[in-house]
Ligand binder design. Structure first.
Ligand code: F6P
Length: 320
């Protein structure tokens, strides 16, 4: 293998740059050439790509976002789009592709591999942490820390005013950010898309807390479970409590990656190069029980990552 390419795709996540850096530098260490593809699969189709060297990835390990830019490409979903991308594989002499992104990006990569037999390796990069086959995806830890920092600040004003705050966090299909930041932030209730919830029970718990003298309450709502505004309105109506809502939105996707995410990204990016060099053709790198592993890409689509009920239940018990 002489030349590989790397792209970032889907929603960005803090630590993607550290992963790009690891791919480029590990590949160069082994004597490979690296092509950087801009704007994900869109740039793959449009031939928006060029060679990367050691200097291309200097001074990025601490930066959020992705220097390669990212996109969600409709055209890559079509066979014509993928054929155009394959023409660029031939034109640029690409012998392996590293895709840093989420499950949608991996699906595209797998179809592309099946059609054109180009070896692909996935590196899980999404704040949602909803990818089966890995305990952690790049960016999740940073996003959780961002949410916890926000909860800390909200707590200050919530206490002063004796208010209930609804904090809406990201996670269209996954409650992982909500659940983890809810435990770390001491939230009274956590609403996630994977579990049914009952607003009357949420309100009863709020009432019990206020009777015991609690000055404030924090309820975390994953965007995929409900709209924070709707939950806030309903709680206000049911309880009469002074209720406010904060929607954290896309700020959860930015910021300097935590040390955990930088290390995870560095290890995963480097292993992705190893996999391609060792002849793996259709795998994703993951971290399971602290070890960096390889799992077949199809795991991502055939297995739904379960939420950790121990964590969810513990958050409920501790915020009684
Ligand atoms: O990165 C994942 C995610 O943050 C989801 O939690 C969210 O629903 C989605 O991306 C929103 O992304 P965009 O606004 O870029 O479409």
């Amino acid at each position: 293998m002489l030349r590989i390419a790397v792209l970032t795709s889907g929603g960005d996540s803090p630590g993607m740059n550290a992963a790009i850096r690891a791919v480029v530098r590990k590949a160069i260490y082994h004597g490979l050439e690296v092509i950087g593809i801009q704007r994900g699969f869109s740039g793959f189709i449009e031939a928006d790509m060029g060679p990367m060297n050691l200097g291309s990835v200097a001074d990025i390990i601490h930066r959020g976002g992705t220097i390669l830019r990212t996109a969600r490409s409709e055209e890559f979903m079509t066979s014509q789009g993928r054929a155009r991308a394959y023409a660029n594989v031939e034109r640029f002499g690409i012998q392996g592709l590293v895709v840093i992104g989420g499950d949608g990006s991996f699906k595209g990569a797998e179809i592309f591999h099946n059609e054109f037999n180009v070896p692909v390796t996935g590196v899980p990069g999404t704040i949602d942490n909803d990818i089966a086959g890995t305990d952690y995806s790049i960016g999740f830890d940073t996003a959780v820390n961002t949410v916890v920092e926000a909860i800390n600040k909200i707590r200050d004003t919530a206490t002063s005013h004796e208010r209930t705050f609804i904090v809406e966090v990201m996670g269209r299909e996954s409650g992982c950010i909500a659940m983890t930041s809810g435990l770390a932030g001491g939230a009274e209730s956590i609403l996630i898309p994977e579990l049914e919830y009952n607003l009357d029970e949420v309100c009863d718990k709020l009432y019990r807390g206020y009777k015991r003298g609690k000055l404030h309450s924090i309820i975390i709502v994953a965007e995929g479970a409900a709209s924070g505004i709707d939950v806030s309105r309903a709680i206000k109506e049911k309880t009469g409590l002074d209720t406010k809502v904060t929607i954290l939105g896309h700020l959860q996707r930015g910021g300097t990656p935590t040390a955990f995410d930088r290390i995870l990204a560095s290890r995963m990016g480097a292993r992705a190069v190893d996999l391609l060099m060792s002849g793996y053709r259709q795998h994703m790198v993951g971290m399971v029980a602290g070890e960096i592993i390889a799992c077949p890409l199809e795991t991502v689509f055939t297995v739904k990552k379960p939420i950790d009920m121990d964590v969810y239940n513990l958050a409920g018990i501790l915020s009684i």
